[in-house]
Design a binder for this molecule. Structure first.
Ligand code: F6P
Length: 309
């Protein structure tokens, strides 16, 4: 998000615009807490995780009261445009704010969940995937050395995008995602067969939205008799230096957000499709369910030794 703020501010300044940044996201708008941002204020942040403006979950923005309060603050600040960086909740509130205030709004998709439609990927997703992959590779060392089965839980809220990419990258034997039903008995049977063929360890990557990881872990342990351990990667996935891909995306989307405003767009999100930055209808982005790539899911299981004799 820092890289996106930097690109947004610098593009705006280069185009003769004045920029204020609200601190703590919508919480800062509601409290009318902002700071002037210029090209220098955003120096030295491109490599840092998180956001120097800070962020917060602002449940008030889900109420009509919250939206009208935020609308008042935006008008008091005489804004000509608003750039909102965040996930689906942020995009939804941004859409409402545009409707109530008439102020043009551009969203920049930044969420590790990658669950916004109209964009192939979101800022932070690649970073989270790489962090989780690195951790899973380390867990693989224990799994192999100790002949154990590990269940590794990754984030993603209700979606399996993180789990799918981490699972493929880590060569996981099983990937469990909310979008595709799984059968624990069948998984246990495959683990037992593969164990008989000499493969004594396995990694199961489970998305946090794909079911209760503790139940899955205990269930597999009971049904197979194997030593099964659960590791929840948790918030480690949300921090750290952004990858080159996340930074590049943030730079391009930050620049595009200002370009879209200058072009007269009023309610859009920056998206990337193929290798091109495109405007996406803001409402479409958070109301449409982005499909999980089932071809990739099939590829993962085709490549896992569990299924290859
Ligand atoms: O939406 C991003 C995300 O990291 C999800 O993957 C996760 O479920 C959630 O946020 C965690 O939120 P919090 O830090 O508020 O518990």
């Amino acid at each position: 998000m820092n890289a996106a703020i930097r690109a947004t501010v610098r593009t705006a300044v280069a185009n003769g615009l004045q920029v204020i940044g609200f601190e703590r996201g919508y919480a800062g708008i509601l409290a009318n807490e902002s700071m002037f941002l210029d090209a220098r204020t955003v120096s030295g942040i491109i490599h840092l995780g998180g956001t120097f403006l800070k962020t917060a979950r602002a449940e008030q923005m889900e109420t009509a009261d919250g939206i009208s309060k935020a609308t008042r603050v935006l008008k008091e600040n005489h804004l000509d445009g608003l750039v909102v960086i965040g996930g689906d909740g942020s995009m939804k509130a941004a859409c409402k704010l545009h409707e109530t205030s008439g102020i043009p709004v551009i969203g920049i998709p930044a969420t590790i969940d990658n669950d916004l439609a109209g964009t192939d990927t979101t800022i932070g997703f690649d970073t989270a995937v790489n962090t989780a992959l690195d951790a899973t590779d380390k867990i693989r060392d224990t799994a192999t050395s100790h002949d154990r089965v590990f269940v590794v839980e990754v984030m993603g809220r209700k979606r399996g995008f993180v789990a799918l990419e981490v699972g493929i990258g880590a060569g996981a034997e099983v990937i469990l995602v909310p979008e595709i039903a799984h059968d624990i008995d069948k998984i246990c049977q495959l683990l037992l067969e593969s164990n008989r063929r000499g493969k004594k360890s396995a990694i199961i990557v489970i998305a946090e939205g794909a079911g209760d990881s503790t139940n899955v872990t205990e269930g597999i342990g009971e049904k197979t008799g194997f030593e099964v351990r659960l590791t929840r990667l948790g918030h480690v996935q949300r921090g750290g230096h952004p990858t080159a891909l996340s930074r590049l995306l943030a730079c391009q989307m930050g620049e595009a957000s200002i370009q879209f405003l200058l072009d007269g767009k009023r309610k859009h999100m920056t998206g990337i499709q193929g290798n091109r930055i495109v405007p996406v209808d803001l409402e479409f982005a958070y109301t449409t369910e982005k499909p999980l790539d089932e071809r990739l899911y099939r590829l993962a299981s085709e490549l896992a030794t569990l299924h290859v004799s």
